[in-house]
Design a protein around this ligand. Structure first.
Ligand code: SF4
Length: 357
């Protein structure tokens, strides 16, 4: 089955780049076409493929960190918590020599341990030092930015309302920077009942929340606490925002939206919610193509496809093949934003600078 690939007519609003080549990312027998998409085409089955989707710069960096640590220091390399929230990534790294543990005390004394992209509380670094572990911190720099905001606000004696999901690793790590100062706020309903007092109150957020729901939560908080201070910059990261933006652009046209991502991936779960709120008639999250069932595929219509920030492109391609096999062959890429960001690796695994000029 051959698929036809077209691009959205809107020029991307940001600078080009990104690590994914969308023409290359659709099924390998796809035929590229320069036919522009103008919101309506005379096809009975079509696929809208979101871009950006999949790996963000922080996930790319974290996965590379583990792979390079295995190459440089030899297997096994211990990884505290899932390096990123994706089952396929974790299993692939296990096969290469990573051992995933929940806590530092499961790591043999003196061994190498990598901390996940979600970040850790200072106490986790202290525990690692006590066990003489060689710790490599793969925390995403955008999570570190939120940690630093928490530290600064706490130093200035602010009470911090941290919007996020209780128990999520990132929230546990950020709250651990200033436990005496931080209160977690889950959603707008929770914001209605939260109790905090004093003149100095600030809010921060988890990086992978729904942009719209977070704005709602902040609106409730501001109504209740007019003295509330904003963070110095957006905490919801560029990758979360961009993936939600692409889904919003296409959701109203989708009879079905397929989000590839694991259940414990916050940003993947948010994409399903955002898609439904933006008008998708149905939306499902699947870890991989094996979880898709023909009964959910509309006889005719439009299927949207996207993936969370921790999802390797190969899993999306398998879904695209499945759709093509079921006569969903007309593929249009919806790309409201292009991504360029990359992060340098932690210094312990950074390749030496080339001396050639
Ligand atoms: Fe970093 Fe955002 Fe990716 Fe999380 S989703 S790893 S905060 S870039």
């Amino acid at each position: 089955m051959t698929a036809r690939v077209t691009a959205a007519s809107d020029a991307p609003r940001n600078v080009a780049a990104g690590h994914l080549d969308d023409a290359a990312a659709v099924p390998c027998d796809a035929v590229a076409s320069d036919r522009a998409y103008h919101g309506h085409m005379d096809v009975t089955r079509r696929v809208l493929l979101a871009a950006p989707r999949g790996y963000c710069a922080g996930v790319e960096r974290a996965v590379d960190t583990v792979e390079r640590a295995i190459e440089q220091f030899g297997a096994p390399i211990y990884v505290r918590k899932e390096i990123v929230h994706n089952r396929h990534v974790v299993e692939t790294l296990q096969n290469k020599g990573a051992i995933f543990v929940e806590e530092n005390d499961e790591v043999p004394e003196g061994a190498t341990v990598v901390f996940s992209a979600h970040g850790v509380a200072p106490v986790v670094h202290e525990q690692a030092a006590e066990r003489n572990l060689f710790a490599i911190d793969a925390t995403c720099p955008l999570v570190t930015k939120v940690h630093n905001e928490a530290i600064r606000f706490a130093k200035d004696d602010y009470q911090i309302l941290l919007i996020g999901h209780e128990g999520h690793e990132e929230v546990v790590g950020t709250a651990g920077e200033a436990p005496e100062h931080i209160t977690i706020v889950d959603n707008p309903e929770h914001a209605e009942s939260i109790e905090v007092s004093g003149d100095k109150i600030a809010w921060l957020s988890q990086t992978t929340l729904s942009v719209d729901e977070t704005l709602e939560t902040v609106a409730v908080l501001k109504q209740r606490f007019p003295q509330l201070i904003d963070p110095p910059s957006d905490d919801i990261c560029y990758a979360t925002q961009n993936r939600q933006l692409a889904v919003k652009e296409m959701a109203a046209q989708c009879d079905l939206l397929i989000v590839v991502g694991s259940l414990n991936s916050s940003n993947s779960v948010r994409l399903v919610e955002v898609g439904l709120q933006a008008g998708a008639k149905n939306a499902v999250r699947v870890d991989n193509v094996q979880e898709l069932d023909l009964s959910i595929l509309p006889e005719t219509g439009t299927v949207g496809v996207t993936s969370g920030a921790s999802v390797p492109e190969v899993l999306v391609q398998e879904v695209m093949h499945w759709l093509a096999e079921n006569d969903y062959t007309d593929v249009q890429v919806i790309e409201p934003v292009k991504e360029t960001l990359t992060f340098s690796l932690p210094k312990e695994v950074r390749p030496p600078r080339s001396t050639t000029k």
